[in-house]
Design a protein around this ligand. Structure first.
Ligand code: FMN
Length: 206
């Protein structure tokens, strides 16, 4: 059973322009920030992030804020504060991340390092893509980074190897049913942890 993810609406600082509609459930939802972690010209990442976001939207209990790190390379204070507000409002994070040289993109690390409490005591999941390794080495390194930031990486990962040929022109993976089932499981894990950790944060603020 998917847990009830009711939230206190007064805590939001999410810019509504970045919200993806959540469908017709009418249910109070958890806030999931989907973070697109590539910023390279000609990147493939938006295809993967778009599919992930669409699937998450169908997962009836989440309210989605899509954070594209390509929009957040500038370091002016207002922009950093605005992104910090969006991250602080999230109950869970789902990173869409490619593998670069057996790690994750430097642009993503720069954004992660700008924030601390915004990540802490919240669950983090990963959808990875890349060459033969499917981005999994990027994910393993990100797990270590997020443990240092007091976040909680969840067990499951969805990965796409040979990413450009794994998706069709319609933007869906060729193995759509298997990929969707894997992502649903990951989203359900994130939702469980989001509820548990939100309850714990409220009961015992850091
Ligand atoms: C600089 C660079 C390094 C890469 N290193 C790896 C790697 O170590 N392992 C791998 O499986 N794929 C590697 N790739 C392939 C990428 O993961 C793949 O092209 C992916 O689509 C890149 O994501 P993007 O297009 O969103 O930037 C590399 C690509 C680039 C540009």
């Amino acid at each position: 059973m998917i847990p009830d993810l009711s939230v206190d609406p007064s805590g939001s600082s999410v810019d509504d322009r970045h919200r993806v509609p959540t469908g017709d459930t009418g249910t109070a939802v958890s806030r999931l920030a989907v973070v697109l972690g590539s910023a390279r010209p000609g990147r493939f990442g938006p295809v993967v992030a778009s599919w992930v976001t669409e699937q998450a939207r169908r997962h009836r209990q989440v309210d989605i804020d899509l954070v594209d790190i390509d929009d957040h390379q500038a370091v002016d204070r207002e922009a950093v504060a605005a992104l910090g507000g969006r991250l602080a409002a999230a109950d869970a994070f789902l990173f869409v991340v490619p593998e670069y040289n057996h790690s994750f993109p430097g642009e993503l690390k720069t954004v992660i390092d700008r924030f601390t409490t915004e990540w802490a005591r919240k669950p983090v999941g990963f959808v990875s893509y890349g060459g033969l390794a499917g981005g999994l080495r990027a994910v393993e390194q990100l797990r270590l980074v997020f443990i240092e930031l007091l976040a909680v990486p969840v067990r499951d990962t969805v990965s796409f190897h040979g990413a450009r040929s794994a998706f069709g022109p319609d933007g869906n993976p060729h193995q759509h049913e298997a990929a969707r089932a894997a992502l649903d499981q990951l989203l359900t894990q994130l939702a469980w942890w989001a509820t548990a950790l939100r309850t714990a944060r409220r009961a015992q603020p850091a």
